[in-house]
Design a protein around this ligand. Structure first.
Ligand code: 5GP
Length: 194
């Protein structure tokens, strides 16, 4: 597999990485395209198949694992599988794009190890675990059980931050967005001017 650059944004759920990734996708000069992951978790709210995720059953997902279709995959939460299909990255590279990922820390580091030179791995750090809890509750798309599961995982994920190329502190969103833009612009080799 070869092509453009890979930009990974990983962070505990609720850290604001999705907001950052969406913002970057709007910056045309960065020439980014979003890597749509496959998942076996149920669809949430207004999510659209093939746009937010390739939604599939656990058995379909396991078949793709068997076929070695994934660049990386992870059982992020019990029976909730997530993974990056090789075909997705190949498709976007064939379009001449740099690929941006919104994925879990383990998956992010796995891609970085597979493509060390082509990848910029960024960790987005939330102000605190308490703040994460507040943000996830505000989002209110999930049950308390699920939220607690995400919080428990967050502490483990925070410990992986030093393994990333860069860490962005998302204490103030505008600052985090600017910092993210500047890091990615440098990495893909374009001017920071919009
Ligand atoms: P959510 O259910 O909130 O959409 O995502 C849960 C977690 O799974 C998030 O941390 C998200 O970044 C991660 N995730 C999404 N896609 C992938 C993927 O393709 N691979 C891995 N390893 N994690 C993913």
């Amino acid at each position: 597999m070869e092509g453009g650059k890979l930009i990974i944004f990983s962070a505990p759920s609720g850290s604001g990485k999705t907001t950052i990734v969406r913002h970057l996708l709007k910056q045309k000069e960065l020439n980014l395209a979003f890597s749509v992951s496959a998942t076996s978790r149920p669809r949430r709210g207004k999510e659209i198949n093939k746009e937010h995720y390739y939604f599939m059953s656990v058995s379909e997902f396991k078949q793709h694992i068997k076929n070695e279709d994934f660049l990386e995959w992870e059982e992020v939460y019990r029976d909730n599988f997530y993974g990056t299909l090789k075909s997705e990255v190949e498709r976007l590279w064939a379009e001449g794009k740099n690929v941006i990922f919104d994925i879990d820390v383990v998956g992010g580091l796995r891609i970085k190890r597979k493509f060390p030179k082509e990848t910029l791995a960024v960790f987005v750090k939330p102000p605190s675990v308490d703040e994460l809890k507040i943000r996830l509750k505000k989002r209110s798309t999930e049950s308390d059980d699920k939220i607690n599961m995400r919080i428990a995982k967050a502490s483990v994920e925070l410990a992986t931050a030093p393994q990333f190329d860069k860490v962005i502190k998302n204490y103030d969103l505008d600052t985090a967005l600017q910092e993210a833009h500047s890091l990615v612009a440098d990495f893909v080799g374009v001017s920071k001017e919009k």
